[in-house]
Design a binder for this molecule. Structure first.
Ligand code: A3P
Length: 288
């Protein structure tokens, strides 16, 4: 069984693959000179680690901090500043347009830190880093890849596993991603949260995130954000918030679904790579 259309759907930039339909080398070039502001806010997460979950929480926290009642999210439009657009997605002119946006600007990114504009680190932009168990990330990525047109389709899980383990999926290798981000997490402008801890205690996670951004919350506001970020609530509204990909995006929303896909051999292989590259780091320990 061979994989389908990977070469047509992805291009390589600095050794990492990206989907050709939403990213471009021209935009990546333009991004290099992007001037971050010290009051920008960045949500950093590898694909499928719960980016849209954290976007939901952040969008609602922003509304509360602006004394608005959290409303419905729009269409998942990557251009709309109020929906926390992906920094690296879009046309090269978008960075010029972003200079006209009022502060604070919120953005999400799947990029390795070394591929982010250096001004982000120089200006000590606040970064919320979200990480997830790599086996669940791979599982989620496989299903998503087969469900949406921007990513290649795979005939078998085994084919996807091979690509995931050899840096042939979009946005690079998750193990490299983790070890690169690990170099930054001790900085005071970075907060790390795991998918699993948020899953276990959403209220605590939301509280910690709000505290990191200095947003005071009443008990009612906290409950509202917690309720609106439940998997059920987000899935129910997914067509409204994300259009047709909504039903694919909010798939299971749980932990350890990897057990339904991984063979014993694949499990051992991933454990070995994790052990060699990530386990000893702080991020690795958070995921253990
Ligand atoms: P699964 O495919 O395992 O269900 P991303 O937004 O980075 O693409 O990540 C998508 C993953 O986050 C999906 O995982 C999705 O179900 C999960 N997710 C989204 N909203 C969630 C929520 N409110 N609670 C738990 N998981 C959520």
């Amino acid at each position: 069984a061979s994989l389908l259309n990977r070469d047509e759907l992805m291009f390589s930039y600095k050794g990492i693959l990206y989907p050709i339909t939403i990213c471009s080398a021209e935009a990546f070039k333009a991004l290099e000179s992007f001037e971050a502001r010290s009051d920008d806010v960045i949500l950093a997460a590898y694909p499928k680690s719960g980016t849209n979950w954290l976007r939901r929480i952040l969008i609602d926290l922003i509304a509360i901090s602006q004394k608005k009642t959290p409303g419905e999210e729009g269409s998942g439009n990557a251009e709309k500043p109020e929906e926390i657009p992906y920094l690296e997605v879009g046309d090269p002119e978008k960075y010029e347009r972003m200079t006209k946006l009022p502060s604070p600007r919120f953005m999400a990114t799947h990029l390795y830190p070394e591929n982010l504009p250096t001004s982000i680190f120089r200006n000590k932009v606040k970064i919320l880093l979200l990480i997830r168990n790599p086996k669940d990330v791979a599982t989620s990525f496989f299903h998503f890849s087969n469900g949406v047109a921007i990513f290649p389709s795979y005939e078998t899980w085994d084919d996807f596993f091979t690509d995931f383990m050899s840096k042939k999926v979009a946005w690079g290798c998750y193990f490299e991603y983790l070890s690169e981000w690990n170099k930054h997490i001790d900085k005071e402008n970075i907060m790390t949260i795991t998918y699993e801890e948020l899953k276990e205690n959403r209220a605590l996670g939301v509280k910690n995130i709000a505290a990191f951004f200095g947003i005071p919350l009443t008990e009612e506001e906290l409950q509202l954000v917690v309720e609106r970020s439940s998997f059920r609530s987000m899935k129910k509204k997914s067509e409204k918030t994300h259009g047709t990909i909504g039903s694919i995006l909010f798939r299971k929303g749980g932990v350890r679904d990897w057990k339904n896909l991984f063979s014993e051999d694949q499990n051992e292989k991933m454990d070995k790579v994790f052990e060699e590259q990530v386990a000893g780091t702080k991020l690795g320990k958070m995921l253990n």
